[in-house]
Design a protein. Structure first.
Length: 224
């Protein structure tokens, strides 16, 4: 695992949070991603955690360039991006470039460890507090074609979502669980579960976070 973050205090905090789980091996911790990529020797890291703070964890690289470099050099690496709340737009750009996780820096240590477990298991992780920011960003750049690993390969739906499925998808994307969605929509939790399974099948995803990210990229909730 590679940790790239320019601020030493934050970098060490990330490392300490992950070191609490002995199954995680931190092979390198760096302040400049560009230098680490240039000098790396041996097998690529399985997970890269990159801090996208104002100063940038990639020297003079912006988040888009940093993620592109990682993907090009280490296509199998799973990237989790972290940023301050006032730099959250960088996380939107990271997801667009293929990051499998996007979290705010005030995320708890336990949540960070769980995020690593989730991406290693093949899932995606999106901080629920970023949902509105991502919707707004995608809406303002609707002319830009972007893709991430969470988006169906074809960029289209297998079948259109029903009006009820769109309602469920909106609540799901806001971070609500099945029971909460059921209460909001006045339906049973079992019915919500059925709708969620149908949404996953139509979006060609395997988890709730991937469904939310796919919905953003496909503009499914712009007018829902």
């Amino acid at each position: 695992m590679l940790i790239a973050e320019p601020a030493e205090l934050i970098r060490e905090g990330i490392c300490n949070a992950l070191s609490a789980d002995e199954s995680y091996l931190i092979s390198s911790r760096v302040d400049h991603l560009q230098e680490a990529l240039a000098s790396w020797v041996g097998a690529p890291p399985e997970v890269v955690i990159i801090g996208l703070t104002r100063s940038g964890a990639a020297s003079q690289l912006d988040p888009t360039a940093a993620l592109r470099m990682i993907v090009e050099l280490w296509p199998s690496a799973l990237v989790i991006a972290l940023a301050h709340r006032d730099s959250a737009d960088n996380l939107v750009r990271a997801v667009e470039q293929g990051a499998r996780g996007a979290l705010l820096l005030d995320t708890s240590a336990a949540a960070l460890r769980q995020a690593v477990r989730d991406v290693l298991a093949g899932g995606c992780v999106l901080d629920p507090r970023l949902t509105d920011r991502m919707f707004a960003s995608v809406s303002s750049t609707a002319e830009t074609a972007v893709h991430s690993a969470a988006v169906p390969p074809s960029g289209t739906l297998r079948r259109p979502l029903s009006a009820r499925e769109l309602e469920v998808l909106r609540e799901l994307s806001a971070g609500l669980r099945n029971k909460e969605i059921a209460g909001r929509l006045g339906i049973s939790a079992g019915t919500v579960k059925t709708h969620v399974a149908s949404i996953f099948e139509k979006l060609q995803v395997n988890d709730r976070t991937a469904a939310a990210v796919a919905a953003i990229h496909l503009h499914l909730l712009d007018a829902a």
